[in-house]
Design a protein. Structure first.
Length: 173
């Protein structure tokens, strides 16, 4: 519990959200994993898997904490950003699993959807981070409290938005 009396710890619902994020990540990296990879390639694909898992878990953590746990003071800005950044990975995983896997004519649709949606949410995250912490006086930026771990993870994912672009390029390669 934090000073306000709200639960800030990791729960079983959060673990379930991470499992859902890993399922989403697996749909994105499975094709790459089936190729003949070197040991460096396996390390890279494992890092991509962890990055996509963490990002794709955002919408699931958001829904679980917003509608199931109903914590007071939730969501904060980091929670919103984490959910927003996970939506392209979730939507494209649904698109990829709904289209036939062997036909290459659906690959441009997947690539375009992932590229455009990642660009939109990354620029939105950049604008929110910029307007919240950079374009304000230092006193106002210092007053923003960190909150639960989900807010901190969301802020880290949002600040590291270029990694999302890099993950997208690796998945599309």
């Amino acid at each position: 519990m934090d000073q306000a009396g709200t639960a800030v710890g990791f729960s079983v619902l959060d673990l379930g959200a991470l499992v859902m994020g890993s399922a989403i990540a697996l749909t994105h990296v499975l094709r790459i994993m089936r190729e003949d990879l070197s040991s460096g390639g396996w390390i890279m694909i494992c890092l991509v898997f962890v990055g996509v898992t963490l990002t794709a878990a955002g919408p699931f953590v958001f829904l679980a904490r917003r509608f199931v746990r109903r914590e007071p003071g939730y969501p904060r800005i980091g929670d919103w950003l984490w959910a927003l950044l996970g939506i392209p990975w979730l939507a494209c995983a649904v698109l990829k699993s709904a289209t036939p896997g062997s036909e290459s004519r659906y690959e441009p649709l997947f690539a375009t959807t992932l590229s455009v949606s990642l660009a939109i949410v990354c620029m939105t995250a950049l604008a929110v981070v910029w307007s919240t912490w950079v374009m304000v006086p230092p006193e106002q930026a210092a007053r923003l409290e960190t909150g639960p771990w989900t807010n901190r993870v969301g802020l880290i994912v949002a600040i590291a938005w270029p990694l999302q672009c890099g993950l997208g390029m690796i998945v599309l390669s």
